[in-house]
Every structure is written in structure tokens, then in C-alpha cells.
Ligand binder design. Structure first.
Ligand SMILES: CCCCCCCC/C=C\C/C=C/C(=O)SCCNC(=O)CCNC(=O)[C@H](O)C(C)(C)COP(=O)(O)OP(=O)(O)OC[C@H]1O[C@@H](n2cnc3c(N)ncnc32)[C@H](O)[C@@H]1OP(=O)(O)O
Length: 277
């Protein structure tokens, strides 16, 4: 399997097809022989998750349900960042309608990614704060390059990681570690994240990252898919249902929270600090 994959990725046999996407915000390639898809986030400079990027991801995930997709590797085209998390401009002085639409699309995208029946791997090739960490945590397996940062740092920004973000973290690193990390808004180095199990493997560099992602995929493709996905969904259904059954309440929390003047002030200051960097 490994040799076959090497041949395919080295291009000896050109069986990799670009997946027709409506935008170039995601680059999607499907290996026609193995069915493995690489979805590369492509919104420079830092893949901040605005409505359009989330919509492109969601549309791709829906499309993959009708393709012969056997697994998906999520990564980024940015040299330094996997994803900078939610686009702060979506939360800074939006209209209620815009904020509602944005949050709905984030929920849609997360539900699709978290419940995908096929194996999913986050090949984390850069920083992955907040919503970026959520994307990574929604995959089944996480591999990360050294010396980058990952975590749910919302508290540090004066905002709160929603319950389902928190649940994802709890499911991976356990309740005690998650409580400490969420209260403090800790951004872990790749090395620290590997120690506490927030990521599964450290890669030496980007090449090693993709090799390890394909290795994980090869292992998973050797398992009976129905049994595999049934166990996966069994583990994830409580977390999924918690959001699915309270989407409207969750949206109301989001809207009520971000429209508070203090929260808008914090966002403004943070945006200015980012621009001044
Ligand atoms: C009771 C229940 C209540 C529930 C309430 C819910 C409310 C809360 C809702 C949601 C939770 C929020 C989740 C989030 O994801 S918030 C976003 C958090 N993200 C961050 O803190 C990361 C910020 N960015 C960085 O730290 C860095 O950019 C970096 C480390 C990712 C990359 O660094 P570097 O390569 O040096 O790039 P720059 O910093 O120079 O950035 C380039 C460029 O991009 C802009 N930018 C960066 N991040 C964002 C972002 N998240 N959104 C929008 N724009 C971003 C940055 O400003 C620069 O812009 P430029 O100067 O114009 O080029």
C-alpha cells in the first residue's frame, strides 16, 4: 500500500484529480485510486474562517458524501498557519443577520466534519488557535509540525469558547486538562500539545507531516469501513447531538455575547493589536 501511495504521490501514475470547487478558498484533490481526499484551506494569509471559507468547506464536505471518498486529510496552503480561527471581522460590529448566518454556517461545517464517516486527519502545518484548533480537534487524528501554537485561547481574548468547542477538547484531553486549558485560554506549543495528547504525533517537517498523515490513512483504510465508522459515530454522537438539539439556543448565546459593548471593545483592541504587529 505504501509503495502504491508513493508512486501516486510522486506522480508516476497521474490519478489525482482536482475536485471542481466553486471557489479557490479550498483546494481539493482526490486520489482516484485510493479515494483519499486532500482538502487544503486556501484563504491567505492565515485561513481566518469567514462565512465564505466555511461555506466552501461545507459545500466540499457535502459533495464528498456523493464521491468515492475513503478518507480526508485537512491541511492549509499557508506557510505558517493552519487556521487563525474564526475571522474576527465576522464578529466585530456585524449586523444581527450577518452574525446569525455566519454562526449557522460554522455549525453546519462542524457537524459535517465531526460526523464524517470516513477517516479524517488534520495535517497541522502551522499555528492553530481557537477555531483553527476546533477544526483540528474535529478530525480523528492530529499531526503537527514543530514549534507552532495550538489551543482554545478564547478566554485570553475576552470571549468564551462555545460549549461544543469545549466538548471537543474534553473528549480529546480529558475533563481536568481541558478545564485548566479553557479557563486560562492556553495556547500550547506543538511539543506541549503532543505531551497532553491534544495532538497525536509530532512531525519533523512538512514532508514528514504528509507522510505521517498518509500512513495513518493507510492503516484506517485497512479496517472494515462500516464497523470503523459505527464506532466513530458512537463515540461522537453525544457531542454532536448536544449541538444539533440546541442550535438555536447556541446561536442566541453567540449573538447575545458578541453584541455586548465590552466584547466589542475587546475585539476592537485585539484587532488593532494584530494589525500593529
Ligand atoms: C455563554 C456562552 C457564550 C458563547 C459565546 C460565543 C462567543 C465567542 C465565539 C466564538 C469563539 C471564537 C473563536 C475564534 O476562533 S476567535 C479567533 C481567535 N484567533 C486568534 O486569536 C488568532 C489571531 N491571529 C494570530 O495570532 C496570528 O495571526 C497567527 C499566529 C495565526 C499568524 O501570525 P502571522 O503569520 O504573524 O500573521 P499576522 O498576525 O501578521 O496576521 C496576518 C493578517 O491576518 C489578520 N488576522 C490574523 N488572525 C485573524 C483572525 N482570526 N481574524 C481576522 N484577521 C486575522 C491580521 O490582522 C493580519 O492582517 P493585516 O495586518 O491586515 O495583514
Amino acid at each position: 500500500m505504501f509503495v502504491l501511495r508513493q508512486c501516486l504521490t510522486l506522480g508516476t501514475k497521474s490519478s489525482v484529480r482536482n475536485f471542481a470547487a466553486a471557489t479557490n478558498l479550498v483546494n481539493v484533490k482526490i486520489n482516484e485510486d485510493t479515494g483519499v481526499v486532500i482538502m487544503e484551506l486556501n484563504k491567505p494569509p492565515v485561513n481566518s474562517l469567514n462565512y465564505e471559507l466555511l461555506e466552501a468547506m461545507h459545500r466540499t464536505l457535502v459533495k464528498l458524501e456523493n464521491e468515492r471518498c475513503s478518507g480526508m486529510i485537512l491541511t492549509s496552503s499557508s506557510p505558517n498557519t493552519f487556521s487563525a480561527g474564526l475571522d474576527l471581522l465576522e464578529m466585530y460590529k456585524p449586523t444581527v443577520d450577518k452574525a446569525r448566518k455566519f454562526w449557522g454556517m460554522l455549525q453546519n461545517t462542524w457537524i459535517k466534519l465531526y460526523s464524517a464517516p470516513y477517516p479524517t486527519v488534520a495535517a497541522i502545518n502551522g499555528h492553530s488557535p481557537a477555531g483553527g484548533c476546533l477544526l483540528a480537534m474535529s478530525c480523528e487524528y492530529r499531526i503537527m509540525v514543530p514549534k507552532k501554537k495550538i489551543g482554545l485561547n478564547e478566554t485570553q481574548l475576552g470571549i468564551v469558547a462555545p460549549q461544543w468547542f469545549q466538548d471537543c477538547m474534553k473528549n480529546i484531553i480529558g475533563s481536568r486538562q481541558a478545564e485548566k486549558a479553557l479557563i486560562a485560554g492556553t495556547l500550547f506549543s506543538s511539543e506541549e500539545a503532543a505531551k497532553i495528547g491534544l495532538i497525536d504525533e509530532l512531525a519533523t517537517d512538512k514532508e514528514d507531516l504528509m507522510k505521517k498523515a498518509h500512513d495513518f490513512m493507510d492503516e484506517q483504510l485497512g479496517l472494515p469501513p462500516l464497523a470503523r465508522s459505527t464506532v466513530k459515530i458512537g463515540f461522537r454522537k453525544d457531542t454532536l447531538n448536544r449541538l444539533i438539539n440546541s442550535r438555536e439556543v447556541d446561536t442566541k448565546y453567540f449573538i447575545d455575547f458578541i453584541f455586548q459593548p465590552k466584547v466589542q471593545e475587546s475585539l476592537e483592541m485585539y484587532l488593532q493589536a494584530l494589525k500593529k504587529k
